[in-house]
Design a protein around this ligand. Structure first.
Ligand code: RAT
Ligand code: ZN
Length: 415
């Protein structure tokens, strides 16, 4: 068999490394949101992925840990995960990749020195610096009207930073109507516990007001694995009667992220969520029954990835994206990306960062680019062996698609 040229591999590596990405799901904020935008060494270390890993070793009571200041928590985690053991896990290695790319000497293992370096930065300059290093062109944020801290800022209004694109997060509305309903009442929407016509139209008025205020890219929810659709539940009824008509009216995709079991260990707080196998019949029914609606989906269980690809082959109103959370590890990014390329060609979005701390975009994208390069080299080499030549321009076009172009085409699609 003919061997592909090293030249092709080098070209692909260069294109993947230099093509800017649109990061279509993060938990970051524009600098104007002040303290809500997390960045710097302590936030990197107290990331909830690392909290979960530290508690594999720590024996202190959970409550005692949560009583510590952020600096003290960071010191404890650093000692456990970086000093007493080698920082091999994906999330640990991520901290090191980030620091290294920022030009810091990680070999010194010196937290106070690192803290001094970060203290010299201002959030807005640092945002630009991180986005440049990560080659991230735009950042989609997760914005919830139910979050008191950010609601106040949205209500006040400000000059938008075009690099940051909001997404309207509505988990409480769909997953805890008992609490969300009274909040809507408090904000002047005349909703009742039962979903009568008036309540539905008031929920739509609430969604329309927030859509006008935020101009979101899409509406989004993360769902438990056992979600059923259609169903008699309030959640299913709200999706059918309020969310989907709203999305059609405003031409917004509805992003569903199935597979999370919230608070399987509540003592771990944000780090305490788990994963479960989803029944994708719900998504299939959503796509089939609502051909005029667009759905974005990323799914948490490894075992659901193949079925999701097959669903995307059946429904052009479904766009799949990213390797989410527990699947964002090199082993699974490689497997999932290869599977998607083999089943869907280039009609998906390869990755999102899910960053909660700004600096994380550096490692999340570095690590993903490395794996995506590996998979793409194999694929273009295989084409070469079949006698097909791909020009550098064509490779760049394809990679731009995987890094945001395909998502934008999906956004522009008229159904
Ligand atoms: O990846 C994460 O940080 C998770 O905690 C979740 O935020 C998840 O990504 C979600 O959006 O629900
Ligand atoms: Zn997320």
């Amino acid at each position: 068999m003919k061997k592909a040229s090293g030249h092709l591999a080098a070209k692909i590596e260069d294109i993947v490394a230099t093509t800017p990405v649109d990061d279509i799901h993060t938990h970051l904020y524009a600098p104007i949101f002040g303290e809500l935008l997390l960045w710097g060494i302590d936030d990197l270390i107290v990331y909830h992925y690392l909290v979960a890993e530290a508690f594999r070793y720590l024996s202190i009571p959970y409550d005692d840990f949560w009583k510590l200041s952020k600096t003290q928590q960071a010191e404890l985690i650093w000692k456990e995960l970086f000093i007493k053991h080698s920082p091999i896990s994906e999330a640990c290695r991520g901290v090191l990749t980030t620091l290294n790319r920022l030009g810091l000497d990680v070999k010194k293992r010196d937290l106070p020195v690192l803290r001094d370096w970060f203290a010299k930065w201002r959030a807005d300059d640092y945002t630009t610096h991180c986005m440049e290093l990560a080659k991230v062109r735009s950042i989609c944020t997760t914005n919830s009207p139910f979050d008191d801290a950010e609601r106040a800022i949205w209500e006040r209004g400000w000059k938008r930073d075009p690099r940051f694109k909001p997404a309207l997060r509505i988990d409480p509305l769909l997953l805890s109507w008992d609490q969300a309903g009274p909040r809507l009442v408090q904000w002047g929407y005349k909703v009742k516990p039962e979903l009568g016509a008036k309540t539905v139209s008031e929920v739509r008025r609430f969604l329309a007001d927030w859509t006008d205020r935020m101009a979101p890219e899409y509406l989004m929810v993360s769902l438990p694995p056992d979600t059923v659709y259609p169903d008699e539940t309030i959640s299913s009824q709200l999706i059918e009667k309020a969310i989907l008509p709203h999305c059609r009216e405003f031409n917004l995709p509805f992003a569903v992220m199935p597979g999370v079991r919230r608070a399987v260990n509540p003592h771990l707080q944000l780090a305490g969520d788990g994963v479960g196998l989803s029944n994708l019949t719900a998504l299939q029914n959503l796509c089939a029954a609502n051909p005029q609606n667009k759905f974005l989906c990323t799914i948490l269980a490894r075992e659901n990835q193949h079925e999701l690809c097959v669903l995307a082959r059946k429904f052009r109103n479904l766009h799949i994206f990213g390797c989410w959370w527990f699947t964002n590890i090199p082993t699974l990014v490689e497997e999932i990306t290869r599977m998607r390329l083999e089943l869907l060609g280039l009609s998906f979005t390869a990755q999102h960062s899910d960053a909660r701390v700004l600096d994380q975009i550096i490692y999340k994208w570095d690590h993903s680019r490395e794996v995506i390069t590996r998979v793409l080299v194999q694929k273009y080499e295989a084409l070469e062996r079949s006698g097909w030549n791909t020009s550098p321009e064509e490779i760049r076009r394809d990679i731009q698609g995987l890094f945001g172009g395909s998502y934008r085409e999906f956004q522009a699609l008229k159904l």
